[in-house]
Design a protein around this ligand. Structure first.
Ligand code: GLN
Length: 189
């Protein structure tokens, strides 16, 4: 199994570290050639969605990745990555891959609560650590979207077919259960 990690901006190195610790091979995706390579799963890291979206287009990565995602490539997205996947962004006119039927709100926690840490139930994994950094949350979900986690009545984790979307950063804590769950869901080609 090989995981492609989008590595144009943001917290990709932390995801790579977890993959290494779990003994999983990965490649960094930095340009259009990388984006067209074969890999069994994709990680979209946190960072700045506007910058990432711009770079994806400039580096000729947008179309090949969008096509892979819409053809059911398993994706784990965190924070800005979730924004890239969302069909709707309630407070921004930009749209990116738009393959995940949810409406997200960027920087939803405002300035005061820009960053915080909590532990909450995640699917059937029990409580997991959750680090939020100027995070989005999910305002509403479309049909077929499974809600995996909520914090203070806001949706912060979902799964839809091949796509997992998280508001928070699971790669910034020791707990590797979410990455393991993602990897377990992949059947290598
Ligand atoms: N605030 C960022 C955005 O809107 C996301 C923050 C993050 O990925 N930690 O793109």
């Amino acid at each position: 199994m090989v995981i492609g990690v989008l590595a144009v901006q943001g917290a990709f190195a932390e995801h790579e570290e977890i993959l290494s610790l779990l003994g999983v091979e990965y490649i960094e995706l930095r340009n259009g050639i990388d984006a067209r390579k074969a890999f069994d799963g994709l990680i979209l890291p946190g960072g700045e969605s506007t910058t990432q979206g711009k770079l994806l287009r400039e580096l000729d990565m947008f179309e090949p990745l969008r096509e892979k995602i819409s053809k059911d490539l398993p994706v784990l997205s965190t924070c800005a990555g979730l924004i890239l996947l969302a069909e709707e962004i309630s407070n921004d006119s930009a749209r990116y891959f738009a393959t995940l039927p949810v409406t997200v709100r960027r920087n939803a926690y405002g300035r005061q609560l820009g960053s915080f840490y909590t532990e909450e139930q995640f699917g059937n994994l029990g409580k997991v650590p959750m680090t939020f950094i100027r995070a989005p949350y999910i305002d509403s979900v479309g049909e077929g979207v499974e809600i995996l986690a909520e914090v203070d009545q806001h949706i912060v984790g979902v799964r839809y077919r091949n796509q997992i979307g998280l508001s928070f950063h699971p790669e910034l804590n020791e707990n590797r259960k979410i990455h393991q769950m993602f990897l377990d869901s992949i059947s290598p080609t």
